[in-house]
Ligand binder design. Structure first.
Ligand code: CP
Ligand code: NVA
Length: 323
């Protein structure tokens, strides 16, 4: 995957996604082995939306690999207004070795990747949040010991996080359930892709408007905010519509006894999730947040390693990890 972009979980094969996860686990287990792998490489981080986890994990992650980061706020770049996406890409490729970008319109990320000769990593768009999904499955794998056949129930808005969770689940053979209010389902094209890919991996994708059906017997219950960044004006209206989809103790107890609770964060406590659930011993939200660091280090390593850094192959990693 050297030199490739990381825009969409769909762009990769199941074995590539699996490789990145195994590499992420190895990076977590033995970080010093990779402390020079991206020596002196610089990652430009373009943010057009706020962030805690994405900014900190990419910043710390590239430093732990021997490189540097550069934070570029909306005020500095004003992408597409002060300067075109094309011109930004053509400037950055002369000075840095990778670009991480968080923006609204997914097409901007696609254009950046098309124009820049260096790897571009998607740090969230309105459409998807692929780095989040890698950390999510790393966490599920750590907690449950496997991924294939697990019932993963996303309850809430059919948004960017839900879509990436579904795409990655299809790649990894999981059974993803999405319980949303009517009218807030994921789009049919995304669901069709997941069903088709699931046909190859054993994964499934089921849509419902019934949160209890999704939660029943689940291995993982996942939720996210009801109004994403950019949808603030709809927040009040959505609060009423989504209330029956709140993950509270009663809903969570429908899952398996050893089920885990996940949330990409930031959370709106008392809205999509109650304190009882997010603060319970079954909640792994902070382990999940930490795993952004390890999963993204694996992504940066694989994409930005260049021709001289040799990373262990899948079989070698599986032997190291005993998986
Ligand atoms: N989960 C996540 O992407 O968090 P931030 O918005 O804080 O980066
Ligand atoms: N769906 C949320 C995720 C935040 C990490 C948003 O886009 O705001």
């Amino acid at each position: 995957m050297n030199g490739k972009d990381f825009l969409l979980i769909r762009d990769f094969s199941p074995s590539e996604i699996q490789y990145l996860l195994v590499l992420g686990r190895q990076v977590k287990a033995d970080p010093t082995a990779f402390s020079n792998s991206l020596r002196r490489q610089t990652l430009a981080m373009i943010f057009e939306k706020p962030s805690l986890r994405t900014r900190v994990s990419f910043d710390v992650g590239i430093q732990q690999l021997g490189g540097f980061s550069l934070y570029l706020s909306p005020a500095e770049i004003n992408l597409g207004k002060r300067e075109s996406v094309y011109d930004v890409a053509k400037n950055l490729e002369r000075m840095v070795q990778g670009i991480m970008i968080r923006t609204f319109d997914h097409e901007v990320v696609v254009q950046m990747a098309r124009y820049a000769s260096i790897p571009v990593i998607n740090g969230l768009t309105d459409y998807v949040h692929p780095c989040q999904a890698m950390a999510d499955y790393l966490t599920i794998w750590e907690a449950q010991g496997n991924l294939e056949g697990l019932k993963i129930a996303f309850v809430g808005d059919g948004n960017n996080v839900a879509r990436s969770l579904m795409f990655a689940g299809a790649q990894l053979g999981a059974q993803v359930w999405l319980a949303t209010p009517p009218g807030y389902e994921l789009d049919a094209e995304s669901v069709q892709w997941a069903c088709d890919r699931g046909g190859e991996t054993g994964g499934t994708c089921t849509l419902t408007n019934d949160p209890e059906e999704a939660a029943s017997g689940a291995d993982v219950i996942y939720t996210d905010v009801w109004a994403s960044m950019g949808q603030e004006a709809e927040a009040e209206k959505r609060r009423h519509i989504f209330l029956p989809y709140q993950v509270d103790g009663t809903l969570f107890r429908r899952a398996k006894r050893d089920a885990i609770f996940l949330h990409c964060l930031p959370a709106h406590r008392g809205e999509e999730v109650t304190n009882e659930v997010i603060d319970s011993p079954r909640s792994l939200v902070f382990q999940q947040a930490e795993n952004r660091l390890h999963a993204q280090k694996a992504i940066m390593l694989e994409l930005m390693k260049g021709e001289f850094v040799k990373l262990p192959g899948l079989l070698e990693l599986q032997e190291l990890m005993h998986v």
